[in-house]
Write a new protein. Structure first.
Length: 673
């Protein structure tokens, strides 16, 4: 099955730190106030995402947006990608309902230029052209979600050339407790989860599981004539488990283990020639995909000198196995992407007094990572023009240095540099500089950052996949340069907060694709580096409003203008994206209602010739989705809830010729004890 999703929409053959380990002593080392910050602010986690070291919110010079567990719960978010739609600078593309291939783009960067971290584990799949497919990521026990925008390779390496999505799950605390919920609704949906957790000063634990089933909709659009004779629903089901355990034999040492497992089955409509239609399109079929994913990490943290010096050593392993089947249950293709990473980081904090009081943080890190891919398909056979299965590995080793200076508790400057040694490509050095200044009188925060990034070609781009997707071993890494400047301003005793950011970004040697005809008459698609520079610029705005107790309003807007080196608009990057969320809690917080509005402006996508797969641009219409939800606690330990998604039954496309769900209603119950 050919899915036109990866990279710039060209045809492709594919359907750190654990952030909860925060040292409380750092706030003292940074001259922070004696009072503890409010839980909703979660300042240490924010600083870890932006600077890869815990610290006060005032130290963040980069553009970061976050959603907390409480916000996810009031919105009744079930799929993480739906939460990302509400954050500035993020564009989401999904080929159908829950379970369909889902891409995230930050500030116009490609999906595989976004690094995705969950509890310190890098989730990007080398078997998916180096990006993470959000299709199977349900919001199971998510504590916090951060999006760090702009080139971040200086801290996080090749996959972070465009930005970072960082997710932290809950950790156990207090007496043993149980949480469970079950819900059902439209499209034959049944969703249930359960978790047990607890903890003391010596240990904590969390074990959770989730099952999801939906009959789905037809991914191929029902109004198109070529699908009129055969209709089916493309269902999806998945099961997942999460385990997270930490032990602290002393105040100076903590050992943490995290493991995630997901198994899924998803029906897929094919992509190819469509009778009576001039382009390749999503067409009805009985094809389906099965997959298994494992993500694991073991990490030790030692904290010395009363919290001033810490060491973190971690080992991560990911294994993502996808297998595609035709309607007669014969396997048509499979990909296995595996990553093993060993990383170390140390941070040393100290302060200097005298005429210029200052705080200092020195950071050093090193990591080595091996990506391995095995891809097989029937189209790799010689009769289809293939050259047999692909079995390839690439190893990369990097070293990082960072220095953070804080002056008068108001001015913070952070500089980072990373050098990568890659066994296939020449060594690269990336860097980043961020600064923030807060005015005491008005609480106005000015911030700015500049960074460079590099994205190495993926194994599938280098060595191919299907018979008609031919790799290019001569590809060069993509290089990014980006800067932003912004202001954060609270008003009305912090009841109103306004954030504004202007950004510019450039990408050289952007990897695209071209179609050509072989001497035998067959048409093939090959990845290439585009000559010249792609340019992206835009504005990101955010407003948070809490005018009265119980009422919260959050809005975001992004304007983005991106072009490739030839001046052609970048696909699947709407120029205008906006959202509004209003939540009102009442009856002593026993009840709440939530209204969400998501606007996705006009955008372009590629249409592929059904024979040659030559591409042309096609417009996708703007759309507005309205979601409405409500919940009521019938008992301190029990809650009933319901929601309606796409209230006005809007018909829309996020990917050309791929259907999206209409109006849907869901209801359920949550219990805890």
């Amino acid at each position: 099955m050919l899915v036109p999703l990866l990279r710039d929409g060209g045809v492709a053959a594919l359907s750190a730190l654990t952030l909860s380990l925060v040292s409380p002593s750092f706030a003292r080392a940074q001259h922070a106030p004696e009072a503890e910050p409010a839980a909703s602010e979660a300042l240490p986690e924010l600083a870890v995402t932006a600077n890869k070291v815990e610290g006060p919110k005032a130290a963040i010079g980069s553009a970061v947006s976050s959603l907390s567990r409480e916000e996810l719960e009031t919105r009744q978010i079930r799929v993480v990608s739906d939460a990302l739609r509400e954050l500035p600078g993020v564009a989401v593309s999904r080929t159908g309902p829950v379970g369909a291939l889902t891409q995230i783009r930050i500030r116009g960067s490609e999906g595989n230029q976004t690094l995705v971290l969950i509890d310190g584990i890098e989730m990007n799949d080398p078997g998916m052209s180096g990006e993470y497919d959000f299709a199977n990521l349900l919001a199971l026990e998510v504590e916090r979600l951060d999006v760090l925008r702009g080139p971040q390779s200086a801290l996080y390496g090749s996959d972070a050339a465009g930005g970072v999505v960082n997710i932290v799950t809950r950790r156990g605390d207090g007496k043993p407790s149980f949480r469970g919920q079950v819900e059902g609704g439209s499209f034959g949906t049944l969703n249930g989860s359960a978790a047990v957790s607890g903890g003391t000063e010596a240990y904590d634990y969390l074990f959770a599981t989730q099952l999801f089933h939906a009959d789905g909709i037809s991914v191929a659009k029902k109004r198109d004539a070529w699908n009129a004779g055969f209709r089916d629903r493309d269902g999806y089901e998945s099961g997942g488990a999460l385990a997270k355990v930490s032990v602290r034999p002393s105040e100076m040492f903590e050992l943490t283990g995290v493991a995630r497992y997901t198994s899924f089955r998803a029906d897929r409509d094919n992509f190819g020639a469509a009778q009576g239609f001039p382009y390749a399109a999503a067409v009805e079929s009985g094809d389906y995909e099965r997959g298994k994913q494992f993500f694991g990490r073991v990490q030790g943290k030692a904290t010395l000198l009363d919290g001033a010096w810490d060491h973190v050593l971690g080992l991560s392993h990911t294994h993502q196995d996808r297998r595609n089947y035709e309607a007669d249950d014969r396997r048509s293709s499979s990909t296995v992407g595996e990553t093993v990473k060993l990383d170390y980081q140390t941070n040393y904090r100290f302060s200097t007094e005298g005429g210029l009081p200052a705080s200092h943080v020195l950071t050093f890190g090193a990591d080595t990572q091996r990506d391995h891919v095995v891809s097989k398909s029937k189209w790799q056979a010689p009769e289809f023009g293939g050259q047999g299965p692909v079995r390839r590995s690439i190893t990369n080793t990097g070293v990082v240095g960072q220095y953070q200076l804080g002056l008068f508790q108001n001015l913070f400057v952070t500089g980072s540099v990373r050098h990568d040694f890659n066994e296939r490509f020449r060594d690269e050095t990336t860097y980043r500089l961020a600064s923030a200044y807060t005015f005491d009188a008005t609480k106005t925060k000015l911030r700015a950052s500049f960074g460079t990034g590099v994205k190495n070609p993926t194994i599938l781009e280098l060595f191919g996949f299907y018979g008609n997707y031919v790799g290019n071993a001569a590809l060069s890494p993509e290089k990014t340069r980006g800067w932003d400047i912004g202001v954060d301003q609270p008003f009305w005793d912090d009841r109103v907060t306004v954030e504004a950011t202007y950004f510019r970004q450039r990408v050289s040697d952007l990897i695209s694709s071209r179609s050509s005809q072989t001497p035998s008459g067959a048409y093939v698609t090959t990845p290439i580096n585009l000559d010249g520079t792609s340019r992206i610029k835009g504005v990101e705005l955010g407003v948070t409003l809490r005018p009265i107790d119980g009422l919260s309003v959050r809005a975001a807007y992004t304007y983005s203008d991106g072009e490739d080196p030839t001046g052609v608009e970048l696909v699947r990057r709407p120029r205008n994206v906006g959202n509004l969320n209003v939540n009102y809690a009442f009856l002593d917080d026993r009840a709440n209602v939530n209204l969400g509005v998501i606007y996705n402006g006009k955008q372009k996508d590629y249409a592929f010739d059904a024979v040659t797969y030559a591409r042309t641009l096609r417009p996708l219409k703007a759309y507005t989705l309205v979601n409405l939800g409500a919940a009521y606690k019938i008992h301190p330990n029990a809650e009933v809830y319901g929601r309606v998604e796409n209230l006005f039954d809007r018909r829309y496309e996020e990917v050309f010729t791929y259907n999206a769900p209409g109006r849907a209603a869901y209801g359920g119950v949550k219990v805890s004890f």
